[in-house]
Structure formats: structure tokens, C-alpha cells
Design a protein around this ligand. Structure first.
Ligand SMILES: *Cc1c(COP(=O)(O)O)cnc(C)c1O
Length: 418
């Protein structure tokens, strides 16, 4: 069944209406069936419906809807949803600890280009409060797999050998660097001491389904972004095909209690129906905007970042891992010439609103150097984020209107500086 059909027909369909009802009860009448609901933190029918819907997006062979099934309770669910993407990231890392005796050494190898919130969690919780180690490696450089091999070799001297959680993203924000999955996948599939977790937020299951690569233990999404797509919900998910991780995630969800409300779950079930169509439109518009901005190089713009540009070709084997037919999503970034003011540019835009976040129907603009919460200016520069970098999240408005808006703001800037 195609991805767009799966977006609209989740596996557990409601029995009466065409949409899943919002079940607001915080507690449920006990009955003797083993899959009955008990308490709203533990489980909720609207949430269960969303969890099986996300599973069917992340992995194409999750069973499709059966008209006979009237229960929304998904006992085989491989997805747990959380009240934010950050709570989902935390749960994915904690779930890995569950499979090992407490005395074993478990460290994180995190892509150095990961989302800032992930790095903050690793620093403030994993390292400072849990006394564990993190190593930042540029996993977007294929040769970096050698660094992981060296760490494994060093740690194999101890008994039991250390375990490493490898945490990465496929497409980075704000510089749009594309992962070369092949070397990482082949290393992780041949090594039981590695657990690979992929944060798929920037690509979404429409472009990329890492669980289908074979070596990925868990995939994390900030549903806040593309999957919901309407800037009105904060939520995250973790999906796995491993029963022991699925059950660890369930326990963490119930214990930590960072669960989304039934209303938010309904909003996401509604938002995700158009994920495929939105993502294609955003990708097409973003690619067009990137190529037109590239034509202004040398005049107002220093460089443009987007994976369809010839200046930045993705790794050759990428078509085995992502759906190039869709494209690369709505995020485009570019550097203004250093004498031009990023603030004048942003405030000169009329359709692009200046706000954080990405992936929704409306177009947004931001200055990552100031707005992405880097701990210091040096850290931002280390990550390749300069003060004159602008990041766009291209929405689904008419692309000509968006181009007109960008052109008038660039022209006004030029005039001001001439
Ligand atoms: C936004 C984001 C998160 C965090 O998600 P929240 O829903 O804001 O908690 C994690 N990873 C990536 C790549 C993101 O863009």
C-alpha cells in the first residue's frame, strides 16, 4: 500500500465515524479482557490509534487496516508517543539501558551535527546527572565510521565490552548535510555492541524510513514538525521493531509520564493525513527557491545549502535509503553577504514569518546563529553556523508568492546598502 494511502487509512480504524474519536476519560471501567484500558497515563484509545498509525508510516509492512478490527488498542504497537520530541529522544536512550545490566558501560556516540536540544540533553542529563560519556563524531563524513571501529577495538579489552548508542540524523539542520547511511548501517548490523538510533525529524517517514535499512534499532521523530505539520502540537515518537525495546519504551512512557493529550493525538491523526502531499509540495518549492537563490550568488548571497544543488551532491548510494522521488523537504539555508543585515532581511519579508520551528504549512524564517539556542558563539561557528546564515522553512503557499517575497526583501536590502 502506498505511503499516501497509509497516511489516510491508519491500521486501526474507528468503527463508527470515519475519524478516530477523542477519548477524554482519564480512567476506564475495568473489565476482564487482557487488552482493556485502565488509566490514561498508561494508555488511551486515541493515543493507541495514533501510535499504530505512526508505526504504519515508519515501516511499510505493518499490517494494513482490517475492517473487522473494532478495537483501537494495538497490542503489537512498536511506537510510543511522548509529549515532545525531546521526551522521545530521552526515552529512546533510556530504553537502550534496559537491555543491559546496570554495571555495564554504555556510552553515546552522537553525530556532531545533531539538533541542539539533543546535545543539551546529553550534556545536562546523560553526562552531568547520569555520569556517563558522550563522544561527538562527524557521522556525516563517511570515513568517521573508522573512529567508531577504533572505539570498539579499545573498549573490547574490558569485560564485558562497552556498549555504544550511536545517535544520528539523516539530514541536518540548518546546513542540510546528508548522511551516507551505508557504512554506518553495515558497521552497526555486524556489531552487537552498537545500538543505532536515528532522529528522522528533518526527513520524516515520507522521505526516509530508517527501520527498513535493517540495522536501525529505533527511529525518533519530533512530530511537532512535518508529521503534524500545522504548528499547533508539540509531540514526539519512538518506533522500533524489537519487542524488548518496545516494551521498555512502554514502561518508560508510563513511568516518566510525558504523554500527549488525547486532543493532541487527534490533531496529529488529522495533520498526518496530508503528510505525503505537503512534503512533496514543500520539497518541490524548496528546491526551486534554492536554485533561484543560488543564481543571486555573488550579489547579495554568499552560499546556498540544499541537497539538490550541484554544489552539495548527496552521497551516491543515497537512493537506496531515501525516497528521492519526494525530495528533501522544506528547509533551505543561505548566507547573506557579510555586510548585509540579517535582521533587515527578515523584517523585510511579508509572507515568511520570523519564528522558530520548521516543517509546517506556513513559511518561516529564522537566524540560526541567534535563535537556535547555541551555548556560545564559538559553538555555533564550530557547527558551521555563521551570524549571516538565514534558514527558511518553506511551507505550501504558492511558490511564486514566496519567491516574490524573497526577491523584494533582497532588493530592499541591496538598495539600502547601495
Ligand atoms: C525540533 C526537533 C527536536 C525536538 O522536538 P520537540 O518536539 O521540539 O521537543 C528533535 N530533533 C530534531 C531534529 C528537531 O528538529
Amino acid at each position: 500500500m502506498s505511503f499516501s494511502t497509509r497516511c489516510i487509512h491508519p491500521p486501526s480504524s474507528p468503527s463508527v465515524g470515519v475519524n478516530t474519536p477523542i477519548e477524554l476519560s482519564s480512567t476506564f471501567i475495568h473489565d476482564s479482557s487482557p487488552d482493556s484500558y485502565s488509566y490514561g497515563r498508561t494508555d488511551n484509545p486515541t493515543r493507541s490509534a495514533l501510535e499504530s498509525a505512526i508505526s504504519s508510516l515508519e515501516y511499510s509492512s505493518v499490517p494494513s487496516p482490517s475492517p473487522q478490527s473494532s478495537s483501537t488498542k494495538d497490542t503489537t504497537t512498536a511506537t510510543s508517543v511522548f509529549s515532545s520530541g525531546m521526551a522521545a529522544i530521552e526515552a529512546s536512550i533510556l530504553a537502550t539501558l534496559d537491555s543491559h545490566p546496570p554495571s555495564n558501560k554504555i556510552s553515546v556516540i552522537c553525530s556532531s551535527k545533531c539538533y541542539g536540544g539533543t546535545t543539551r540533553w546529553l550534556e545536562e542529563v546523560w553526562v552531568s546527572r547520569m555520569n556517563r560519556e558522550v563522544h561527538y563524531v562527524d557521522l556525516h563524513t563517511p570515513s568517521s565510521v573508522g573512529i567508531i571501529e577504533e572505539m570498539l577495538a579499545l573498549s573490547s579489552i574490558t569485560s564485558p565490552p562497552s556498549h555504544f548508542i550511536v545517535f544520528t540524523e539523516v539530514l541536518t539542520n540548518p546546513l542540510l548535510s546528508v548522511l551516507s547511511p551505508q557504512p554506518l548501517v553495515s558497521l552497526c548490523s555486524s556489531n552487537p555492541n552498537l545500538t543505532l538510533i536515528v532522529d528522522n525529524t528533518l526527513t520524516s517517514p515520507c522521505i526516509c524510513r530508517p527501520l527498513e535499512w535493517g540495522a536501525v534499532s529505533m527511529v525518533v521523530e519530533s512530530i511537532t514538525k512535518y508529521i503534524n505539520g500545522h504548528s499547533d502540537v508539540i509531540m514526539g515518537s519512538v518506533t522500533t521493531l524489537h519487542p524488548h525495546l518496545a516494551s521498555a519504551l512502554r514502561r518508560i512512557q508510563n513511568t516518566q509520564g510525558a504523554v500527549p493529550s488525547p486532543f493532541d493525538c487527534y490533531q496529529v491523526l488529522r495533520g498526518m493525513k496530508t503528510l505525503d502531499i505537503r512534503m512533496r509540495r514543500q520539497s518541490e518549492s524548496a528546491a526551486r527557491i534554492a536554485s533561484i537563490l543560488e543564481k543571486s550568488l555573488g550579489d547579495t548571497i554568499e552560499r546556498v545549502n540544499y541537497p539538490t544543488l550541484t554544489s552539495q551532491p548527496p552521497p551516491p548510494s543515497i537512493s537506496n535509503y531515501v525516497n528521492l522521488d519526494v525530495g528533501w523537504g522544506g528547509v533551505v539555508s543561505f548566507e547573506l553577504k557579510s555586510h548585509l543585515s540579517t535582521h533587515s532581511f527578515c523584517s523585510g519579508l511579508k509572507l515568511f514569518k520570523m519564528a522558530e520551528s520548521l516543517g509546517a504549512v506556513e513559511s518561516l524564517v529564522e537566524v540560526p546563529f541567534e535563535m537556535m539556542g547555541f551555548p556560545s558563539e564559538e559553538k555555533a561557528r564550530e557547527k558551521g553556523v555563521n551570524p549571516n546564515l538565514i534558514r527558511l522553512s518553506v511551507g505550501i503557499e504558492g511558490v511564486d508568492d514566496l519567491l516574490d517575497d524573497l526577491t523584494q526583501a533582497l532588493n530592499a536590502l541591496k538598495k539600502k546598502n547601495s
